[in-house]
Design a binder for this molecule. Structure first.
Ligand code: SF4
Length: 361
């Protein structure tokens, strides 16, 4: 299948003239990008179609002033152009500001705004920083989607990282298997690169991003199979999104199917308070209840995911609630403190850590 990228809402055939006119205003503020394959998954007769929610703008994005463009304060951990070093052993490098489509709820939507200079084209400064920090054994290439880089650039980056002995794991954060699996299926060179740089002792992890089981189409499943056959380990992470996977059945179906195809459920993220994202966000307590109910029907393999909040201060696991309190625990922190269970007063309207009042144990 030949897949064409679309950056103008006017070119989306499933929308009426009137809808296009209204949504154009939204795309002037928050960029729109989709492709013919992904749009073909939408059932246009269903206004609540989950794929539609993921990719087609909503006027509600402009409704309420909420959140910020850098909700996890990534700026604070940026140590060189395009390089973030938040956790001791992990570096994050942003090489691209394009994705196979733009998820409407993206927490890095700032990268797609004209004039943003956070990503790097030349990998040398990032490689130099990583080389000078022997404590880094994990490198996450993200962005934007690294699988939209040319094979030549990917090869340059992977070869550069593999030339640094202390880098063991290379993670590639990608939604391409969901957005456009043909990028993988039609490109043997890409699979050869995975084969070449994923070793027995040092693997490449593909951190894929399926949000709903509708994205797990036959070509998407085939693409995952090809990645696994090429030697990659595949893990899935997804935010909990209103109208997409915000009910136990939808979430359970997704996690179950991911476990069947060998894409380990890894993180379920609390949607970060990003500008324009209120419409896509689910309060923390509701999210936890959805996750817990979904887990009831899942095998141990399908419920390996943790429900976390990627907060400026670290990654926080949301553990549980009782009648009066909600409990959380740091899963990772920049200063590697041993985690203690934290107790907060319940707040059904809480979307982020700051919305909860701590209670001393
Ligand atoms: S694939 Fe990831 S980086 Fe790209 S738009 Fe979606 S959430 Fe943002």
């Amino acid at each position: 299948m030949k897949v064409e990228y679309i950056t103008s809402i006017e070119r989306v055939d499933g929308l009426s003239k009137e809808e296009k006119k209204r949504l154009k205003k939204v795309t002037e503020k928050f960029a729109f990008r989709a492709n013919t394959y992904y749009l073909s998954l939408i059932d246009w007769s269903d206004p609540n179609d989950p794929i539609r929610k993921i990719i087609i703008p909503s006027e509600d994005e402009l409704e309420e002033e909420w959140g910020s463009l850098d909700p996890s304060n990534e700026k604070r951990y940026t140590v060189a152009p395009g390089v973030e070093h938040k956790y001791k052993d992990t570096a994050l490098v942003l090489f691209n500001n394009l994705c196979g489509g733009y998820c409407r709820f993206c927490f890095r939507k700032r990268l797609f705004i004209k004039g943003n200079k956070e990503i790097i084209r030349d990998p040398e400064p990032a490689l130099k920083y990583i080389k000078e920090h022997p404590e880094i054994d994990n490198v996450l290439i993200s962005g934007g989607d690294p699988l939209l880089l040319s094979d030549r650039r990917l090869e340059e980056i992977l070869a550069g990282l593999r030339s640094i002995d202390h880098v063991k794991i290379i993670r590639i954060g990608t939604k391409i298997p969901a957005f456009n699996p043909y990028r993988i299926l039609n490109d043997d060179k890409l699979l050869r690169l995975i084969e070449q740089f994923s070793f027995k002792e040092k693997r490449i992890y593909m951190m894929v991003h399926f949000c709903h089981e509708k994205e797990l189409t036959p070509p998407a499943i085939k693409a995952i199979d090809k990645l696994i056959s090429a030697g990659a380990i595949v893990c899935n992470q997804t935010p909990l999104i209103r109208g997409v996977n915000d009910n136990p059945e939808a979430l359970a179906n997704l996690l179950n199917k991911l476990s069947f195809i060998g894409a380990t459920p890894y993180y379920i993220f609390q949607c970060r308070p990003t500008t324009g994202n209120k419409v896509y966000s689910v309060p923390v307590e509701e999210g936890l209840q959805i996750f817990e109910k979904a887990k009831v029907s899942l095998s141990g393999l399908a419920k390996r995911a943790k429900f976390v909040m990627s907060h400026m201060t670290g990654k926080i696991e949301i553990l549980g609630i009782d009648n009066s309190f909600i409990y959380m625990k740091y899963h990772r922190t920049p200063d590697q403190k041993v985690a203690e269970i934290m107790k907060f007063e319940r707040n059904p309207e809480g979307y982020w850590l700051e919305d909860f009042k701590p209670v001393s144990p």
